[in-house]
Design a protein around this ligand. Structure first.
Ligand SMILES: Cc1ncc(COP(=O)(O)O)c(C=O)c1O
Length: 440
């Protein structure tokens, strides 16, 4: 790569003067990858290749648009379908027929569900789901586990206790601007912790109007945890909302709840379903979904035609080629490769996550500096890489072998610094930021 020109970084510095936070998504902030040195902006993305503003092309072995592109960037079939509806008019006074076709497909994949609504991003689809669940139960309090977006209903959890969201994927999320009146309307519980859930139900049971969780994050649900939650929500008539925004369409073509055994009243899909084109869907039983008629849930761009078209094409293609099988195979190969490459050079590398969403850590002092050093060394070798890999169809076995070769060389280079506790000396800049703090 051209290490002298930093056009992307210069643009990012300007962006921070104009756009608070620099970007619209916490996970895309350059400070999360390689402060002051990250390419930051792209001109072209195709397969798993990304070209920056200085003409450098990298292989993306990191978060792949934060998991939005299971088929790889700019998938030709999805692009062709979307371009066609753009040319034919993606907006009109009349509605897009693809909405109905997609509803049929989603209900075919999820036979328990009876109705569908659409939005265009995960956070807003979750807000719809929580509104419907509260409407169905007639109660306000949401017990949740995991990350569910930026909405008031979710950040309300941090009003009562600043640390409440720690451990729920993103800690340190500030609830400034969220009405204080929402205090104690959303309370988190740790995934797979039967006791914690039971204790919350003992304390708040009569007030609970929704239970919201991700079907699986790192580990699948324990049988006892799933049974406890199912028994509790059924007995008390509490809607169960499963957030498939990250997990969906990776273990199977559809919701991961079908694989790991949740029986929700509502399930929510977004970024896995439409290969990078904005789309989100809320599916559920008629008893919950029909309340969309009694609560005002409506938005102009939820009627755009590219979203359902992209989703239809993406889902059909994922089904045709059994994309989840590829994601699992590649994820397994990478997790095993990380650990083996580490061992080769005397590093203790721990890999984890469900295979399509793999990640690793290296034992040693200054974990953030170690992660930064990995990204720095991989960037020098032509990779966008960090501790996470969102596997896509574009990650072929051949590319993975090359990538693991690069990891091996990088671990060899970093090992003396890590083992001697002086990784800071390897870095050309500052270490990455770990959370929401210090990002401006
Ligand atoms: C489980 C889960 N829920 C909700 C969201 C929010 O979705 P979006 O970023 O599309 O608003 C995300 C995004 O990462 C997610 O992983």
């Amino acid at each position: 790569m051209n290490d002298e020109k930093r056009t992307g970084q210069e643009l990012y510095n300007r962006a921070k003067e104009l756009i608070p936070g620099g970007t619209q998504l916490l996970s895309k902030r350059p400070e999360m990858f390689l402060p002051d040195r990250w390419p930051s902006y792209y001109t072209r993305a195709n397969g798993c290749e990304v070209t920056d503003l200085d003409g450098n092309t990298y292989k993306d072995f990191s978060i792949m648009g934060v998991g939005a592109c299971i088929l790889g960037y700019a998938d030709p079939d999805v692009t062709e379908a979307v371009v066609r509806v753009v040319q034919d008019g993606n907006m009109s006074t009349l509605n897009a027929p693809e909405e109905v076709e997609l509803a049929e497909l989603l209900l075919e994949l999820h036979p328990w569900a009876e109705k569908v609504r659409y939005a265009r991003s995960g956070g807003e689809a979750m807000a719809i789901a929580v509104r419907l669940a509260r409407a169905a139960s007639g109660k306000d309090l949401v017990l949740f586990s995991g990350y569910h977006g930026w909405s008031d209903w979710y950040l309300a959890a941090n009003i009562s206790d600043d640390a409440a969201l720690d451990g729920h994927l993103l800690s340190g999320l500030e609830p400034a601007g969220v009405p204080r009146a929402l205090k104690e309307t959303a309370i988190p519980f740790p995934f797979n912790d039967d006791e914690a859930f039971r204790a919350l139900m003992d304390r708040y049971g009569d007030r609970v109007g929704a239970v919201v969780l991700e079907p699986i994050r790192n580990d699948p649900p324990k049988d006892s945890f799933r049974a406890l939650i199912h028994e509790t929500v059924r007995r008390r008539g509490i809607p169960l909302v499963v957030d498939e925004i990250t997990a969906g369409f990776r273990l199977n073509v559809g919701g991961a709840h079908l694989v790991v055994g949740w029986q929700p009243d509502i399930a929510v899909f977004a970024k896995g379903m439409s290969n990078g084109h904005p789309m989100a869907a809320v599916i559920g039983t008629s008893a919950t979904m029909d309340l969309a008629q009694s609560s005002f849930i409506s938005s102009t761009y939820w009627t755009d035609r590219t979203g359902p078209t992209a989703a239809l094409t993406t889902i059909r293609k994922m089904r045709e080629i059994d994309a989840p099988h590829h994601l699992e195979q590649i994820g397994r190969m990478v997790q095993e490769g990380w650990v083996a490459a580490g061992a080769e050079h005397g590093l203790s590398v721990h890999a984890g996550g469900m295979y399509p969403l793999s990640h690793f850590d290296v034992d040693g002092e200054s974990p953030l500096a170690i992660r930064t050093a990995f990204t720095q060394a991989m960037l020098d070798r032509g990779y966008l890489a960090n501790r996470s890999l969102y596997v896509s169809l574009a990650h072929t076995e051949e590319l993975v072998r090359e990538y693991l070769g690069a990891c091996d060389a990088v671990f060899a280079e970093l090992a003396p610094y890590i083992n001697e506790g002086r990784i800071g000396a390897y870095l050309k800049g500052k270490p990455i930021h770990s959370g929401f703090q210090r990002l401006n």
